[in-house]
Design a protein around this ligand. Structure first.
Ligand code: URA
Ligand code: SF4
Length: 226
């Protein structure tokens, strides 16, 4: 897969401009069977940014991230963790819905490393325009995109890690924001926290225990806000 980079307008200042350009991305084959690109959404000055896996069936149809069952659960967990749901930004590591067909049913397929790598430039571009204090990594796919293939969510979930130092290629997320007067702008120090994906809660044998674990991790993120 040649990747998304060539679809990213270098002069795109805003997330809206990026979102517009992402609509035409053909950086890997996933655009072909999906309905549309599902770009990140939310408060552009969000103090907490969530990175999921990829859009699901519902997200693919609506064109918005986290509007299906996993999204509903995530919003409840955000609320229960004391985070303000109006001041978050939600995005995904991969921006098209990877699936297979079983009859007319569309079955979720976990994206491969090639899709994660192809789509990663969009994630990097989003972070260049966001100023989170905490970046929440939801599940293994997002962890592969941000922390590399060796990271184990089960082992390091709920821990505040230095951002972007903990990222696989910290230089991709390093930026020196400059204001209109040419001065380096004040950007809060961000941290990174990995946890399980809300879909994993829905699949868990004991959903209550899994849900409480997710809320506990998000509470760590909530308490980390200045
Ligand atoms: N799961 C995800 O990872 N992202 C979505 O947007 C929806 C479900
Ligand atoms: Fe582009 Fe990402 Fe969609 Fe692949 S999944 S076509 S890289 S937006």
């Amino acid at each position: 897969a040649p990747g998304a980079q060539r679809f990213i307008p270098p002069d795109a200042d805003t997330l809206d401009e990026l979102r517009g350009a992402a609509g035409g991305c053909r950086g890997c084959e996933l655009y072909r069977d999906a309905t549309q690109t599902v770009f990140g959404r939310g408060d552009e000055s969000a103090r907490v940014v969530f990175v999921g896996e990829q859009p699901g069936d519902m997200e693919d149809q609506k064109g918005l991230p986290f509007v299906g069952p996993a999204g509903r659960l995530l919003r409840r967990a955000v609320d229960d963790a004391g985070l303000d749901p109006r001041h978050i930004y939600l995005t995904n590591a991969v921006k098209h819905f990877r699936h297979s067909l079983r009859g007319k049913r569309r079955i979720h397929q976990t994206p491969d490393q090639v899709h994660i790598t192809a789509c990663r430039p969009w994630l990097v571009a989003e972070f260049a325009r966001l100023t989170p204090e905490v970046v929440v990594v939801l599940g293994a796919t997002a962890a592969k995109a941000l922390l590399g293939p060796a990271f184990r969510v089960t082992r390091q979930r709920g821990e505040l890690l230095p951002w972007p130092a903990a990222a696989q290629h910290p230089e991709d997320f390093q930026r020196v924001p400059v204001d209109s007067a040419g001065k380096t702008a004040d950007v809060p120090e961000a941290r990174l926290l990995a946890t399980i994906h809300p879909s994993a809660v829905l699949r868990a044998d004991n959903q209550d225990v899994a849900y409480e674990g997710l809320v506990a991790d998000l509470t760590v993120a909530s308490r980390a806000l200045a």
